[in-house]
Design a protein. Sequence first.
Length: 260
Amino acid sequence: MVPRFPTLSVLLPLLALAGTARPQEAEPAPKQAAGDEEFRLPLDAKAAAEVDRLVPLLGAPDYKQREDATRNLIDIGAPAFAKLSEAYRKHADDLEIQLRIEAVVRAAYLNRHVFDRHGFLGVQLGALDRDQRGGQPRRPLPENGVRIDKVIPDTAAHRAGLQPDDIVIAADGKPLSGNSQDAVARFRASIPQFTPGTKLRLTVLRGEKTMILDAVIGRLQEKNAPTTMVAEQYYDVANRYSEWWEKFFAPSEPSPAPQR
């Protein structure tokens, strides 16, 4: 069975990463087929009970309940895969629950292998052009830096207060030196290397005023992944996911999913 990916509003925004409390007593990692590390991840008792509570809500009559349950299961992430595999088969006659489990598992798989590992600032960058001064012909330009061409709403850059035509001249106190194109390339390549939640201190020139803005790096979003430095990794993981799903969630033969 090929996984069906519904158009769910929960997959459109960037979902914030939420931690799960880890009591001392955790469920033992299940036995599983070789090459399936996700099914060996421990799931603590509290999180396991939460998965059991949330799965039926994926098919609740109330839309908000379904959306909230979907988000919460994505936040629990890969440790829930063994239980979700069982639930997927248990609810074979409930299309809504199956569709949402498919969406949850895909989002959590991509988060684990791509998006939780790479940061996203949320800007489009441009090189300093001394012939174009942001509509301010008398505005002096610094020798080094990168220009903010666009700030994407509801991103780290937006929350930090960055604006179009701002010029970033340093990151964490390190000047963005070199010719302008090189500075843009290096700054753009550096952002995915930060893990989500990292604080990045930016020195910004706005007009004639220099200011310090602190940005908390966000999680890379799937809709932005094809245009970032990690596009190749994203496509590789997405392709690998299809085979992984077929093997462990929708196999043609009896399921190798762990039995608890």
